[in-house]
Design a binder for this molecule. Structure first.
Ligand code: GDD
Ligand code: MG
Length: 331
């Protein structure tokens, strides 16, 4: 597909703290691979090779990661001193020549068919074509109403559940004619969802939605980050990213980096363990995420918790239903 992509990756990712305190949301490991690698390799499978990543928060590690391995893609970066919002970020990243662009929220994993999305966009002569998925509770997302031809009638960002006009949500993957970007003032915070989509619709712009039954998840919340890892582990959805060395245990539901050092007398289940973690003798880790360089001493019990980078839990301690910020010592 001959289309350029812009990936929005500059949000602060506060809902995913403490996992995103030191690691940008785009690089949190999913199946031991930085999240965005999965997205980029999916784009590559469609022949999409020109990608601009619009970053802000923790951008240096993102740039360093793709400087080391660009996945044979042509990746460029734009940077925002302070967040420009989704609309401002796209204008900042747009090369001012391309007419049609693919825009992706940088925290979505989906196997939505992008070639079909583009074909629908072209056929309907749309200015923006949203990919849409159906959720039982759409209230945490952008909710759209469409007519039988797919034309969007309304867009409401995060309505109350009782006020949601449908179960169709904005999947965060759009095809966009850059003519709509004229509405966005450069270098000024502008949200597509709050400031642009509602105005375009009020002005009668041809905006369409393309429904899909594909797998879809936004990793922006810890529960959903874990869910994606386990869905991939359990084969509910496939990825184009190769599996690096590590432990992928479907019986115990563990995903463990190959550089983690795990005592053989410890018990780990339902957990995701990042690089260079140490787990001591007889420690139990259940339903938890341990970020890079976490150290769990002997005889600890870690249950339903998220431990930020370099957290150190001293011998015999229990951590239950906690979120512990990076660098803390738990004693
Ligand atoms: N560069 C840049 N600058 N990126 C940004 C900024 C910004 O100021 N603000 C947010 N982003 C990026 C985030 O990093 C993320 O990848 C994406 O834009 C969406 O932001 P989120 O903060 O994750 O938004 P959301 O999940 O609450 O809602 C959005 O996504 C939903 C689908 O998951 C909206 O687009 C909803 O309408 C949509 O349903
Ligand atoms: Mg999100």
């Amino acid at each position: 597909m001959n289309i350029k992509a812009i990936i929005l990756a500059g949000g602060k990712a506060t809902r995913l703290l403490p996992l995103t305190e030191k690691t940008p949301k785009s690089l949190v490991p999913v199946l031991n691979t930085p999240f965005l690698d999965h997205v980029l390799l999916a784009l590559k499978s469609y022949g999409i090779e020109d990608v601009t990543i619009a970053c802000g928060h923790l951008s240096t590690s993102l740039q360093e990661h793709y400087a080391e391995n660009n996945l044979d893609l042509n990746i460029s970066f734009t940077y925002e001193e302070s967040p420009l919002g989704t609309g401002g970020a796209v204008v900042n990243a747009w090369d001012k020549q391309t007419q049609t662009i693919l825009v992706l929220n940088g925290d979505i994993f989906s196997d939505i068919n992008i070639a079909d999305l583009l074909a629908f966009h072209q056929k309907s002569q749309s200015q923006i074509t949203f990919s849409l998925v159906t959720l039982e509770d759409p209230s945490h997302y952008g909710v759209l109403e469409i007519d039988i031809n797919g034309r969007v009638l309304s867009f409401t960002e995060k309505p109350k559940l009782e006020e949601a006009k449908s179960n169709l949500i904005n999947a965060g993957i759009y095809i966009m004619e850059t003519s709509v970007l004229q509405m966005v003032t450069a270098d000024k915070f502008t949200s597509f969802e709050q400031d642009i989509f509602p105005i375009l619709l009020a002005n009668g712009a041809p905006i369409f939605g393309f429904k899909s039954n594909a797998y879809w998840i936004d990793i922006g919340k810890p529960q959903d980050y874990k869910q994606l890892n386990f869905d991939l582990l359990n084969g509910k959805v496939c990825t184009f990213a190769p599996r690096p060395r590590g432990i992928y245990n479907t019986e115990k539901q563990n995903i463990i980096s190959d550089t983690a050092i795990i005592a053989s007398t410890s018990q780990i289940k339902n957990s995701i363990i990042w690089k260079d973690v140490k787990v001591g003798n007889r420690a139990i880790v259940d339903d938890s995420v341990l970020c890079k360089h976490v150290q769990i001493s002997a005889d600890c019990y870690i249950k339903s918790s998220l431990l930020g980078q370099e957290v150190y839990v001293k011998e015999g301690h229990q951590v239950i239903e906690e979120k512990i910020d990076a660098g803390n010592v738990f004693s």
